[in-house]
Ligand binder design. Structure first.
Ligand SMILES: NC(=O)C1=CN([C@@H]2O[C@H](COP(=O)(O)OP(=O)(O)OC[C@H]3O[C@@H](n4cnc5c(N)ncnc54)[C@H](OP(=O)(O)O)[C@@H]3O)[C@@H](O)[C@H]2O)C=CC1
Ligand SMILES: O=C(CO)COP(=O)(O)O
Length: 330
């Protein structure tokens, strides 16, 4: 029994946490939003904006920003994937025990190779994990533009109830049960968005980008199945939906990072120039390690790692991919 599902506490007041707070507020939920900076909390509470992350987008007055985590019926984790463990560690365990905790970061943890919900199980074994993923730019969600996402949990009834509690006029969560598939899809699409951006940055053409996208989908299917998820999940919002959005939109930070790589800039230089968060950068080596440990053929993940580490230039990588032994399309 996870009811009541009235109040929401969002952990992380960046672009996505603020957007999800706005979605929950539009769904009629009282929302608290945890931020690290007192001045940012002040701005959200008094000006109803979070300019550092969402420009002049006006936020619901029912979002209350705080600098200490607030207990609520529903907890939404929205810090970057590499910060989820420390953010959970900083919370009172009583806030998490027996509560639905929605993991919304899209990435795999460096070192442990863990998915976000595995981190939750480590840090708060009594919490009830749900994962939320899909084609949804923060600004679109915050502005009330129509958005649909996948919300996966282990219990179908609980997941439907949670989806109903978060659904609003412009935010439509579809309930699902394949947490592994949804999490792997969300993490890997960022790696493939780096690749698609690099293809465009290197001016390889729209045909190459679509071929890459299709082969990324095939590779992602192999990874999901090897990890115990369902390939069918990838036909949905968290798979095809988010892969196409992130791999084809200049709004995507991962795609933008990829463009810079494709133009020949190094990872270090792009980061030093103040690039926004691009989760694929940290996830790519983790995905490669997972692929190796599961014996999954993942040439695109390997290629992205070569670009990120500068161990080969784009022309060499493309030549290598194009000269792989011909194979059946399966
Ligand atoms: N932006 C988007 O459109 C979407 C993002 N996502 C996912 O959401 C996750 C968060 O991304 P997003 O909100 O965009 O990122 P942002 O860079 O916009 O914001 C990151 C937020 O996390 C906080 N933060 C960073 N490091 C830590 C830490 N070590 N401990 C606690 N808090 C920390 C930041 O705080 P501070 O401001 O104090 O630095 C900031 O509030 C990512 O996994 C991303 O893939 C998913 C769907 C859409
Ligand atoms: O996950 C996203 C959209 O669904 C956001 O993608 P970026 O992090 O690449 O901007």
């Amino acid at each position: 029994m996870i009811e009541p599902l009235e109040t929401v506490s969002v952990i992380g007041g960046g672009a996505w946490g603020t957007a999800l707070a706005q979605a929950a507020a539009m769904a009629g939920r009282p929302v608290s939003l945890l931020v690290r900076d007192a001045a940012q909390a002040e701005e959200i509470n008094h000006s109803h904006t979070n300019t550092a992350y969402l420009g002049d987008q006006v936020l619901s007055a029912s979002i209350i920003a705080t600098t200490t985590a607030q207990a609520a019926d529903i907890i939404i984790m929205a810090v970057p994937a590499q910060a989820t463990r420390s953010a959970l560690a900083a919370m009172d365990p009583a806030m998490l025990a027996g509560r639905p905790v929605v993991l919304s970061a899209k990435g795999l943890e460096t070192g442990t190779l863990q998915r976000q919900s595995e981190i939750l199980v480590d840090m708060a074994p009594d919490a009830i994990p749900f994962v939320l993923s899909g084609p949804s730019f923060a600004i679109d969600v915050a502005a009330g533009r129509p958005t649909a996402v996948t919300l996966a949990g282990d219990d179908a009834n609980q997941t439907s109830k949670l989806a109903a509690a978060l659904a609003g006029p412009s935010f439509r969560p579809y309930a699902a049960d394949d947490r592994i598939g949804v999490e792997i899809a969300g993490a890997l699409k960022n790696v493939y968005a780096l690749a698609c951006g690099a293809v465009d940055g290197a001016d390889l053409g729209a045909s190459a980008r679509s071929a890459l996208l299709a082969r990324a989908y095939a590779e992602m299917s192999r990874m999901v199945v090897a990890m115990g998820g369902s390939a069918m999940t990838l036909t949905g919002l968290a798979g095809l939906g988010d892969l196409t959005l992130t791999c084809t939109s200049t709004q995507s930070r991962n795609y933008q990072f990829g463009i810079a790589l494709g133009r020949g800039e190094s990872t270090e230089a792009i980061l030093a120039a103040g690039a926004k968060l691009a989760e694929g950068v940290a996830t790519a080596p983790v995905a490669a390690a997972l692929a190796a440990s599961l014996d999954v053929d993942a040439p695109l993940i390997a290629a992205v790692n070569q670009v990120l580490t500068g161990t080969a230039d784009i022309a060499t990588i493309v030549a290598g991919l194009m000269s792989r032994p011909l194979k059946r399309e399966d």
